[in-house]
Design a protein around this ligand. Structure first.
Ligand code: MG
Length: 343
C-alpha cells in the first residue's frame, strides 16, 4: 500500500538539506554560464526507522520556482509531517512537491521497460562534427545538437556535414532553445524536411508575443515534428498544450512536475508523444526522473539523460552516460548515501 495511504494520521520525521554543487565544466545556457547546481534534498523517516529521500532540482529561469522559496517552505514544515503534507505544498513549488512525493515512496507507476535508449548530447557549433562520430563509435544512434548559437546559414551547412559523418541509421534532434524568430524557424523546418531529423526542439521562445499560436502554426505547416521544452514548465503547461491538441512532442522533465504520476497519465490518455529529459539533477533526482521514464506506457524515444558526468564531485552524478540505461542502473543509486554526502 502506498506510504501516504497508511500515513495520513501519523507523524513522520522530516528534514531537508540544501546543496550547492559546482559543475565539472560550467554549462552554457541561453542566459549565460551556469556554474553551480543548487537544489534541495528532503528526507522522510517512518516510525519504523525506514526512510526515503527526494530531490527538488528546479531550473533557474523565469517562471520556475526558486530554491529559496522551496527551502522557506521546508522550514515552515518543521521537523514532523503527516501523510497529508503533499496536499499542502503550494502549486508553484512543483519540484519540491515532487521531491516530497518521492521521499514518501509515492511518486510513479511501476516500470514498463527494462532498458531504454539515450540520446548523445553534442556540443554547439563545429565541435559537433568531431564529437558526433566518436559518440556513434560508442554506440549512440540518436544525437542532439544545439542550434541557434551561430548564423543559420552556417549551421544549416554544418548539419549536412554532421549527417554525412554519422552512421546511416542515425537520427538528429535540433534544439534551438527558443533562439529563432518565426521566419528563421520556417527556413530551418523546411530544410529539415528531407533530412534524418527526429524533431526540432523549441524553435521559438515561449514568452515571445503570440508564441503559442506561432508554434502551432509551424507544427501544422511542416512535416518535421516540433518538440516543446521551455514552453513546458510544469503540470499546468502540459495540461494547457494537451487541451490545445498539440501533436508534436512534449519534452517532459519529470523533476519539474509536481504530480508526475497524474500528469503522465494525462499525457498517456491524450496519446501524446513524450521525450523524457534531465534537469541536470543529482543522483537522487535522476533515479526518480528515470523511474518516471521507465513507467511510461507508450513508445519511449531516446532519453535526454546523456548528461553525466556532470559534477565536480562525481559521487553526485546519475548513471554513467551510455547509449542505453537499464532499470538495474537506477537501483545502484543510493539516495541515503547522497543525503549523507550533502551534509
Ligand atoms: Mg531543450
Amino acid at each position: 500500500m502506498p506510504f501516504s495511504e497508511t500515513a495520513n494520521k501519523m507523524d513522520f520525521r522530516f528534514a531537508h538539506r540544501r546543496y550547492s554543487l559546482p559543475f565539472r565544466v560550467p554549462v552554457r545556457t541561453s542566459r549565460g554560464m551556469w556554474r553551480v547546481r543548487e537544489g534541495l534534498y528532503v528526507r522522510v523517516e517512518r516510525p519504523d526507522g525506514s526512510a526515503g529521500c527526494g530531490e527538488a532540482s528546479p531550473i533557474p529561469s523565469p517562471g520556475t520556482e526558486a530554491v529559496d522559496a522551496a527551502e522557506a517552505f521546508c522550514r515552515s514544515l518543521g521537523g514532523l509531517i503527516d501523510g497529508q503534507a503533499l496536499a499542502h505544498v503550494p502549486g508553484n513549488l512543483g519540484a519540491l512537491r515532487n521531491a516530497l512525493a518521492c521521499a514518501m515512496g509515492d511518486a510513479v507507476d511501476p516500470p514498463r521497460h527494462r532498458n531504454l535508449g539515450v540520446a548523445a548530447l553534442l556540443p554547439a557549433g563545429r565541435a559537433a562534427l568531431a564529437d558526433g562520430p566518436q559518440k556513434a563509435e560508442a554506440g549512440f544512434r540518436v544525437f542532439k545538437w544545439k542550434v541557434g548559437v551561430g548564423a543559420a546559414d552556417d549551421e544549416m551547412a554544418m548539419l549536412d556535414d554532421l549527417i554525412a559523418g554519422l552512421p546511416g541509421a542515425s537520427r538528429i534532434r535540433l534544439d534551438a532553445n527558443g533562439a529563432w524568430n518565426p521566419r528563421t524557424a520556417g527556413r530551418w523546418l523546411g530544410r529539415c524536411a528531407d533530412r534524418p531529423v527526429e524533431f526540432v526542439e523549441q524553435p521559438l521562445a515561449p514568452d515571445s508575443k503570440g508564441a503559442d499560436d506561432q508554434l502551432a502554426g509551424l507544427s501544422a505547416d511542416y512535416p518535421v515534428p516540433i518538440a516543446l521544452d521551455e514552453s513546458i514548465r510544469g503540470d499546468g503547461d502540459v495540461a494547457r498544450w494537451l487541451d490545445a491538441g498539440w501533436r508534436g512532442y512534449f519534452v517532459i522533465k519529470p523533476a519539474l512536475l509536481g504530480d508526475v504520476r497524474g500528469t503522465l497519465r494525462k499525457l498517456a490518455a491524450g496519446r501524446a508523444r513524450v521525450v523524457f529529459s534531465s534537469t541536470l539533477e543529482t543522483g537522487i533526482g535522476a533515479q526518480a526522473a528515470l523511474r518516471a521514464a521507465f513507467s511510461w506506457p507508450g513508445e519511449t524515444p531516446a532519453l535526454g539523460f546523456g548528461v553525466w558526468p556532470l559534477f565536480a564531485d562525481p559521487g553526485f552524478d546519475g548513471p554513467p552516460c551510455a547509449p542505453s540505461v537499464r532499470l538495474e542502473d537506477l537501483d545502484r543509486i543510493d539516495p541515503e548515501a547522497l543525503w549523507n554526502a550533502a551534509n
